[in-house]
Design a protein around this ligand. Structure first.
Ligand code: GLA
Length: 389
């Protein structure tokens, strides 16, 4: 479903459930990260794009004072959030993404109106495509429409990130919420996570396409591995005497190798190298140097697999398959994308070869793992928007 179809669909679902048309519709996309993994919380660079998969919400004012009713149109489930007091965590679990944002609004001193809401999402859940960030940013955007108060996109992203920290328990960086809020059609977003400066890097060469390959192995970032990586990075930075790994060079790290454990050294080696690769990849995209960008993607994957240890057998299988297809078969590069431990790979491929590559990856992945992959291609999409209201 494209965005206009999705908007019509959620409006119809709202109408069916609440018996009237919605007054507002808001949407926010998921993302893939082309390169720059586990660099955001090290003050480094990331280079994501928003994808044509969205969380979408339709809403209207409600007569039930002090409440927000939410209807999950995909799973036919209802939730009610009490907004007459400070919003707290609650059930069902997914409602916490909305609760976190509403709590953030309350902390800003905003009056939240009573609402009836219907939502659904085409961002695969737990697939490492930022389904949660899409839901959070969509909620902020809906509240923007419903309260009539414009929120600066950076503030919007930070509000959504705080919801993830406080209500979902994931100490994430700023990448996912930033790209969901600030994405632009036909562009990648080069984000300096230290200064929060952004540069939109055009990616409109019709000869290349991006494939997203979902391993269909679920990833769960609240499992502790993510927080552990963050702590290891902080430890490496303190051994190096720098504020964050953004300030460290490869030489500095080599010279200080004996000051830290072997594992902490490898974590830092990934981050320092990945920040450099990301800057080079942005340069490669600017010059349409696709083989160069592809090689950086493969290098990124190897580093995430061997030094950062956040890949898994299924993600590695996808990358191996694309390496076998190779440049001659139309693949420039491929890597895991997102937090890791399952989820998706992103591949940079020749547009002419998309069909053949998709078939080959699907067939070989099934043989190697016994699992059906879900594969789709997406152009860089626009960030969060109010569609109606
Ligand atoms: C998750 C987090 C992001 C980022 C990536 C890894 O998606 O939410 O902030 O750290 O992992 O690059």
């Amino acid at each position: 479903m494209n965005l206009p179809e999705l908007a019509a669909h959620i409006a119809a679902e709202f109408q069916k459930h609440y018996g009237r048309a919605p007054r507002w519709i808001a949407a926010a996309p998921g993302r893939v990260n082309l390169i720059g993994e586990h660099t955001d919380y090290n003050d480094g660079f990331v280079l994501p794009l928003a994808i044509e998969r969205y969380a979408i919400m339709a809403a209207d004012n409600s007569v039930a004072a002090g409440k927000i009713s939410i209807y999950d149109a995909a799973f036919k489930e209802n939730a009610t959030i009490d907004i007459s007091a400070p919003v707290t965590k609650g059930e069902p679990k997914w409602s916490n993404y909305l609760r976190g944002v509403l709590a953030g609004f309350q902390q800003r001193g905003e009056i939240i109106p009573a609402l009836d809401v219907a939502f659904l999402s085409t961002v695969p859940l737990g697939g490492g495509l930022s389904s949660s960030a899409a839901l959070e940013v969509c909620t902020v955007t809906l509240m923007e429409a419903a309260t009539g108060k414009k929120i600066d996109p950076i503030e919007k992203a930070l509000l959504a990130q705080k919801a993830e920290h406080d209500f979902a328990g994931v100490p994430c960086g700023i990448m996912d919420q930033f790209i969901s809020a600030l994405g632009r059609e036909g562009h990648l977003l080069l984000l300096d996570c230290r200064t929060r400066q952004t540069e939109l890097v055009p990616m409109s060469d019709p000869s290349v396409a991006l494939l997203v390959i979902n391993t269909n192995v679920k990833h769960e970032l609240s499992g502790g591995e993510y927080a552990e990586r963050r702590a290891q990075c902080a430890e490496a930075a303190s051994h190096l005497g720098v504020k964050s790994l953004r300030d460290a060079t490869a030489d500095q790290l080599e010279n200080a190798k004996t000051k830290m454990s072997e594992v902490v050294y490898r974590r830092a080696r990934h981050v320092v190298g990945e920040i450099e690769r990301t800057v080079h990849a942005a340069e490669g995209v600017r010059h349409a140097n696709w083989p160069g960008v592809g090689n950086l993607m493969y290098a990124s994957h190897a580093s995430l697999r061997d030094d950062y240890e956040v890949s898994c057998a299924e993600l590695d299988a996808v990358v191996e398959i694309t390496e076998d297809i190779g440049y001659r078969g139309g693949v420039y590069g491929c890597r895991m994308t997102g937090g890791g431990f399952g989820g998706c790979c992103v591949a940079l491929v020749k547009t002419d070869c998309v069909d053949a590559i998709t078939k080959k990856i699907a067939a070989d992945y099934k043989i190697k793992t016994g699992i059906e992959a879900a594969i789709f291609s997406s152009r860089p999409a626009a960030g969060a928007m109010i569609i109606k209201g």
